[in-house]
Design a protein around this ligand. Structure first.
Ligand code: PEP
Ligand code: MN
Length: 300
């Protein structure tokens, strides 16, 4: 006699609630063009820079440091989503101007956060990539507004979002008409308190399986600890991420925000050399590392 187990009907497979983000109708990986690179291709893309844009000469100094280290893109927040209203909130447009100046001098593209729909036009007039922070990952009116822009969007995973919710947030942007979305795993809230968040590296595998969008890892915000950034950056490369976002500050001890998780320039440059060596083992490359003397000549 058949057991009740063998009689159990197979539950129907529920189709995903997102469509444009899904790999089902778009089996090939999406490439996000950015200057001479594409995010999502063989080049392992590095976005690096301070948590916040600060007063001179911090932004320019750090931009040069990450350029020499081989970063493709500089990061820095001008509009900062801080937990406390009394913490440094960012330099707003003045910060965007400093980023633009750093781009002019280094040739690096800019990624910076936009916190509110009313600021999209302003931030988009300076930035090459618009970042949606973890706290805004389900701000659906902001996501809809970003769907109307033609700039690439770096979408961070929400603090408490499942991968399905994360991919649905991306769907809002794609459904609005902007196909250029880069996902970013930056850790999620769990019961574990030994790190600032819990880096969910397995989400990279799930995202790659379910979606064609590129995905990068931010080990800085995921852990809140500078000494965890290098090992987890290598793990992100090994697991198949398309790049990294790393906080770097020219003087981490005096940073106005997130100094404890920021690499100093020497640590960043050392990590980049290691990643460049490791990348070919995982079908990737980092082609931006030139000897410092070549950079000096380029800017002579
Ligand atoms: C940031 O990248 O500046 C930031 C605030 O990160 P998150 O939104 O991931 O906390
Ligand atoms: Mn930060």
């Amino acid at each position: 006699m058949a057991t009740s187990c063998s009689q159990a009907p197979t539950p129907p497979v529920k189709p995903p609630s997102y469509k444009l983000t899904s790999r089902v109708n778009h089996p090939e990986d999406s490439l996000i063009p950015l200057g001479s690179y594409a995010i999502g291709g063989p080049e392992f893309i590095i976005m690096a820079g301070p948590c916040s844009v600060e007063a001179d000469p911090q932004m320019l100094g750090t931009a040069w440091d990450v350029k020499v280290g081989g970063a493709h893109i500089i990061r820095g927040g001008a509009f900062k989503p801080r937990s406390s209203p009394y913490s440094f909130q960012g330099l707003a447009e003045e910060g965007l101007k400093k980023l633009a100046h750093a781009r002019e001098l280094t040739g690096l593209a800019i990624v910076t956060e936009v916190m509110d729909s009313s600021e999209v036009d302003l931030v988009a007039s300076y930035a090459d990539i618009l970042q949606v922070g973890a706290r805004n990952a389900q701000n659906f009116s902001l996501l809809k507004r970003l769907g109307l822009t033609n700039k690439p969007i770096l979408l961070k995973r929400g603090l408490m979002n499942t991968v399905e919710e994360f991919l649905n947030s991306a769907e809002y942007i794609l459904a609005g008409g902007n196909p250029h979305v880069i996902l970013c795993e930056r850790g999620i809230r769990t019961f574990e308190t030994s790190t600032r968040n819990t880096l969910d590296l397995s989400s990279i595998l799930t995202i790659k399986e379910k979606s064609h969008l590129p995905v990068i890892v931010d080990p800085s915000h995921a852990t809140g600890r500078a000494n965890y950034v290098a090992p987890l950056s290598k793990a992100a490369l090994a697991v198949g991420a398309d790049g990294l976002m790393i906080e770097v500050h020219c003087d981490p001890a005096n940073a106005l925000c997130d100094g404890e998780e920021s690499l100093n320039p020497g640590q960043f440059q050392e990590l980049m050399l290691q990643l460049k060596d490791l990348a070919p083992h995982f079908g990737r490359r980092i082609s931006t590392l030139s000897p410092p003397s070549a950079l000096l000549a380029e800017n002579a």
